[in-house]
Design a protein around this ligand. Structure first.
Ligand code: G6P
Length: 642
């Protein structure tokens, strides 16, 4: 029997269930407990563990508890503490169980899309972190064979696949293994079976999964170590394509494809919970910002998976408009500058970029058939919401948004939404969100080029490959971050900076200057390089640091002139250049070398590779200046006042 206790049918977002799209997840927290102990409050421990994972996502949550051959699920949209206020989770009974805290990236965070998900017979429960890319096909086939789906998620195909094998008399373990073989995409899963009280199963591919052990007594399955840290310090990390059976204090690991077993060798975790929350792939970072910068390559990779139908709807709305505006605040506005440049360059419409706080003053009236692209990490910035509502409600403009928080206010005022894959961003100054925003807008630019035929199809494919390569490029940059650190420490005490660039890279210059100002408190101004001789140059004297963002694109030769002007007046030249650069390198006092390929495709995709080192430099300058980069003074993560 299943009991969906007190689960509301309406969504907290106000979106009707019928409007649902699918419910993909990229960043989530999962936690399961299998124990011999009967004297501990298992549901409460799961709930507490999930709360320690809320930095991974917090828009909805749920628990499944196995109790004498039945599975009870309670799940709901909202934060764990709010939902559990009256003990909804803590009061659950059972011998073993698991839970999930969700960060939806596609499809609104509503009750029925919350995890855990069940099979038709309510015997198998699954929690999942990742994306099942072929879920639509699997769902179609399963539905045709009589399965009933209760959510819009990709995850729900997993319990139904397991159910099919179980029905054929295959063991629980082999049924999970069989199901996994059908999945393409990324997953970290925990599976439990109502009639198999001795063990639960975990498996992973690309999404993280750790196991905690109290030998001979308890096993924990979690997407990250903080979940079980107060309960045990003995941990194991599951590798890709591995599956593990978690017994009461014993673990069996084997490879899903070969079936080969691996002897578990637990290690002792030394971290505090705070340190564990700031760790990634076993590396402990001092600040969330540093950890989040290290997440950038994988977040770009996730961003490349924008669902085709979302992308097409977005691109077509922009193409159908006669006037297109793009608006945002702060870092998101600089993502707009890069995005607008790319969309226009690849043959899309000319786009006017307006700060959201200036939007209505700049546009006392708007022409018909207008479209506003709004970009926001939080989806809650008051000025961005106001701009969007003004355009939509007063002038009937279409709204397309690029937002990191599913179900946020801006998504509710939008006709089309692309959700960025940054996941929760803890550091106040946005950085990984910026990289995913620019990536998302570049994908839109390429899709418009394809749909309009402004760029040959074969070329679009090559640009796309180059964009995919930014994953490797940003990884390489991180491998050499010590060089950026050295440079940051050399410059950290300088009081004033200019950041200069042309064209697409002006966005990087603006973002680089903003980041340095925000978290290291150095005064930094960004200018279009050509404009620098109309005023800014008056301040240049010996040793004044001038940062040039200098990819070898169509602006390069003109930028050389600007470098010379600054150098001639004694400026210290710091340039961000391609690895193969020679000319600007020779003129520079310091260079940051970006490992991009020497072809037009890679060069056109320079927006993220050339800004990323500047974000890293700002971080190291802040740390060197003994500041808190996660919570800079006077700043807020989400500015909800006008
Ligand atoms: C604040 C944050 C920035 C962010 C800006 C816009 O100023 O500190 O990091 O870029 O708001 O926020 P949004 O959530 O709309 O991207």
């Amino acid at each position: 029997m299943i009991r969906f206790s007190k689960v509301r049918s309406e969504s907290f977002t106000g979106i009707d269930d019928n409007d649902l799209e699918r419910g993909f997840l990229i960043m989530c927290g999962i936690f399961g407990i299998m124990t011999k102990r009967t004297d501990i409050p298992i549901a409460k421990l799961i709930r507490e563990g999930l709360q320690r994972l809320e930095y991974r996502g917090y828009d909805s949550c749920g628990l499944a508890m196995a109790n004498n051959g039945t599975i009870e699920v309670r799940k709901k949209a909202g934060k764990i503490a709010d939902i559990n206020k009256d003990g909804l989770f803590d009061s659950m009974q059972g011998q073993y169980g698991m839970g999930h805290t969700r960060w939806a990236t596609h499809g609104p965070p509503i009750d029925k899309n919350s995890h855990p998900h069940l099979d038709c017979k309510n015997k198998v429960a699954v929690v999942h972190n990742g994306i099942i890319e072929n879920y639509q096909q699997l769902r179609k086939e399963l539905t045709a064979r009589g399965h009933t789906f209760r959510s819009d998620t990709d995850t729900e195909v997993i319990p139904h696949l397991i159910e099919e094998s179980l029905a054929k008399g295959i063991s629980f373990k082999d049924s999970v293994r069989e199901a996994i073989k059908y999945l393409t995409g990324a997953y970290g899963i925990v599976v439990m079976h109502a009639d198999t009280p001795d063990f639960m199963i975990v498996a992973r591919k690309e999404s993280p999964l750790t196991i905690g052990i109290v030998p001979g007594e308890t096993c924990f399955a979690a997407s990250d170590i903080p979940a079980f840290l107060p309960l045990t310090r003995q941990a194991l990390i599951l590798d890709d394509d591995e599956m593990a059976l978690l017994y009461k204090g014993k673990v069996e690991i084997f490879n899903v494809i070969t079936g080969k077993p691996r002897t578990p060798k637990p290690f002792q975790v030394q971290w505090s919970i705070d340190a564990a929350q700031k760790s990634l792939d076993g590396v402990e970072y001092k600040w969330f910002m540093h950890k989040e910068l290290h997440e950038v390559p994988r977040k770009i990779k996730d961003q490349l998976r924008v669902p085709q139908e979302q992308l097409d709807a977005f691109a077509k709305t922009v193409m159908a408009a006669e006037h297109v505006y793009i608006t945002a605040a702060g870092t998101a506005f600089y993502a707009c500058l890069a995005g607008k440049f790319q969309i226009t360059k690849f043959g899309g419409p000319y786009i006017e970029a307006l700060l959201c706080s200036e939007f209505r003053d700049a546009l006392p009236t708007m022409p018909p058939k207008s479209c506003v692209i709004a970009v926001s990490q939080s989806g809650e910035t008051a000025d961005t919401i106001e701009a969007v509502r003004y355009a939509r409600e007063k002038f009937g403009a279409k709204v397309c948004s690029v937002v990191n928080v599913q179900g946020s206010s801006i998504t509710r005022y939008s006709d089309n939404v692309i959700i960025t894959a940054a996941g929760p961003e803890m550091a106040v100054a946005s950085q990984k969100a910026y990289c995913t925003q620019v990536t998302a807008l570049t994908i839109v630019a390429l899709r418009i080029a394809e749909l309009k035929g402004t760029v040959p199809k074969a070329d679009v494919a090559k640009y796309r490959v180059a964009l995919e390569k930014t994953v490797d490029v940003t990884n390489e940059i991180l491998k050499n971050e010590d060089k950026i650190k050295q440079l940051a420490e050399t410059l950290a005490k300088k009081q004033n900076f200019y950041f200069l660039a042309r064209g697409l890279s002006l966005a990087a210059a603006c973002e680089g200057a903003l980041k340095l100002k925000e978290i290291s408190y150095n005064h930094a101004e960004a200018y279009a390089a050509g404009e620098s001789k109309h005023g800014p140059i008056a301040l240049i004297e010996k040793g004044f640091p001038v940062v040039f963002v200098a990819p070898p694109d169509e602006t390069y030769d003109r930028l050389i002139g600007n470098v010379q002007e600054m150098k001639a007046r004694g400026g210290t030249i710091i340039s961000v250049v391609a690895e193969f650069d020679t000319k600007i390198t020779e003129m520079s006092d310091y260079t940051i070398r970006v490992p991009i390929d020497n072809d037009k495709y890679a060069i056109a995709m320079s927006a993220v590779p050339f800004v990323f080192p500047l974000q890293i430099m700002a971080y190291f300058a802040s740390d060197f200046n003994k500041l808190d980069p996660d919570k800079p003074r006077n700043l807020a993560k989400s500015v909800t006042v006008k």
